[in-house]
Ligand binder design. Structure first.
Ligand SMILES: [Zn+2]
Length: 253
């Protein structure tokens, strides 16, 4: 296997010797396809770590351009890329980090009409958007397509991550957040620069676990962190029998 040999300093050497991943897990990563929506604060570490980990096919959708106020936290991009499309900037950085990964970039905003086509054919969709409307829209598309959705959100000093997959017996996003009123978009109240690093790296880690089958993931659990006061919580979440999005989909409630 190219790049996955047991050479002690090969690209994936530290994965190949790691209990929980090993050669079989690394092969699963290489065969996996992941779609990341948003190449901003959360998308930066998610994309960097998943490309570095050798996820075989990495999709990315973002219609934004790199602006100066992004660079306080969106470490995928740099000053030389100001004004460029985020997909262009991301492609350059990720191709340099790991040329073995097949990158599929879509310089589009995810709309109800495009979401279904976009998510189809991926093993996992990762929501790195900054607004609830997009999150609910993605959830509906993922439930319809039967693709698990790993969703993260940040605001000020706080973050949260959940894995939503009715097909695997867990809740969908709308089961957990039936009312679109939490949390607010990051730009409305500010966000500490390292926070998307903490939450996004954790999302990449959960994605690697989901794709390799290592350990216990966040299906039916919501991880929440308040970094200002160093408080973390793991909440149990359930499917709702009356959920308008996933009712009748996947396993029984
Ligand atoms: Zn639901």
């Amino acid at each position: 296997m190219d790049g996955q040999s047991f050479e002690p300093e090969g690209r994936y050497a530290r994965h190949l010797i790691l209990p929980g991943i090993g050669p079989a897990g690394q092969a699963r990563l290489g065969a996996a396809s992941v779609l990341v929506i948003g190449a901003g604060g959360l998308g930066s570490p998610v994309l960097l770590y998943l490309a570095a980990a050798g996820v075989g096919r990495l999709g990315l959708a973002d219609d934004d351009v790199v602006s100066l106020s992004n660079l306080q936290r969106q470490v995928l991009h740099g000053t030389a890329r100001l004004g460029q499309g985020k997909t262009v900037s991301a492609r350059a950085r990720l191709a340099d980090l790991n040329p073995e990964v097949v990158l599929e970039t879509h310089a589009i905003r995810v709309e109800a009409e495009t979401a279904a086509t976009l998510v189809a054919g991926y093993d996992l969709v990762i929501d790195c958007t900054d607004n609830l409307a997009a999150r609910h829209l993605l959830n509906r598309a993922c439930v319809a397509a039967g693709v698990p959705l790993l969703s993260g959100a940040i605001a000020q000093w706080e973050g949260q991550i959940g894995l939503y997959a009715p097909g695997l017996g867990g809740p969908c996003y709308a089961c957990t957040f039936p009312k679109p009123d939490h949390p607010p978009p990051a730009q409305s109240k500010g966000v500490v620069g390292a926070l998307p690093g903490v939450v996004g790296a954790r999302m990449a880690l959960e994605a690697i676990k989901q794709l390799t089958g290592a350990g216990q993931g966040l299906l039916g659990r919501l991880w929440m962190i308040d970094t200002l006061w160093n408080e973390e919580r793991l909440m149990v979440t359930h499917r709702r029998a009356d959920c308008p999005v996933c009712r009748g989909k996947g396993e029984k409630c």
